[in-house]
Write a protein that binds this ligand. Structure first.
Ligand SMILES: C[S@@+](CC[C@H](N)C(=O)[O-])C[C@H]1O[C@@H](n2cnc3c(N)ncnc32)[C@H](O)[C@@H]1O
Length: 232
């Protein structure tokens, strides 16, 4: 009997505390950038220089008006962060589309003095990406290749610092087989759509069971990104 009373009292206290917290949250000033980004604490990316501001405004325009199956903004920012922190000089992207993820990578490569080679099979999207890189002032850091990446990547030479896979999903095992040998020890293989659409299990198996790699999966609440370190 006593237990039941204490339990009821405890529930009432918890309810009062949660109502108080709700009221306090409602009293906070509105934070539009945070609200836009859902449950995360991130805010909109901020340009520190005129060049960065220009690229960010092109990115915004591409995302709003010209995207085609592009990565979400949070994955684009992750790509930039990975490429910049790795000091990447040679980056390969499979699946250019209209250049949204490429622009994020180029933002890093403009700082590291590096180069992006990106592959697209569709001429319209390839041309649009070129236009987007140009108006962002970053075309000088990019090589855009039009064609089937399964054949085209065999012409590449290493060492590569970072590879980003974002084309035909069932093609990832083949891209991994062809590109991983070119990735330098300590380099990264980043794969998009590890949560949605469901990834090719052969790719997941290849990057999670080989002791030469260490793989983590990020942003899995959205499309999902696999980040694989090719160990030194
Ligand atoms: C998901 S979209 C890429 C999105 C891009 N990474 C972005 O975030 O802006 C995939 C692209 O890969 C291209 N693609 C599919 N198979 C390909 C192949 N075998 N070779 C080259 N590109 C291919 C498609 O035409 C499509 O534009």
């Amino acid at each position: 009997m006593k237990d039941r009373k204490e339990f009821k009292q405890g529930r009432r206290t918890a309810l009062r505390a949660s109502l108080a917290l709700g009221a306090a949250a409602a009293a906070l000033p509105a934070a539009p950038a945070m609200a836009q980004r859902g449950r995360t604490l991130e805010r909109a990316p901020l340009g520190a220089t005129a060049e960065e501001k220009r690229v960010l405004s092109v990115l915004d325009d591409v995302y709003r008006n010209h995207r085609y199956l592009s990565v979400p903004e949070e994955d684009g920012r992750l790509l930039r962060l990975l490429a910049d922190s790795a000091g990447a000089k040679q980056v390969v992207e499979v699946g250019t589309s209209t250049g949204y993820s490429g622009l994020w990578l180029l933002l890093a490569l403009a700082r590291t003095g590096g180069r992006l080679t990106t592959y697209e099979v569709d001429r319209g999207r390839h041309d649009m990406a070129r236009h987007n890189f140009e108006r962002a002032g970053l075309l000088g850091h990019a090589t855009l290749v039009l064609g089937d990446a399964h054949a085209e990547v065999t012409k590449l030479k290493g060492p590569l610092d970072l590879v980003f896979l974002d084309a035909d999903k069932e093609g990832y095992p083949d891209y991994l087989q062809k590109l991983a040998p070119l990735v330098r020890p300590g380099g990264l293989i980043v794969a998009h759509n590890m949560a949605s659409p469901p990834p090719d299990p052969r790719y997941v198996e290849a990057v999670t069971t080989n002791p030469a790699y260490d793989t983590v999966f990020l942003n899995m609440h959205a499309a999902g990104v696999g980040v694989t370190l090719k160990k030194r």
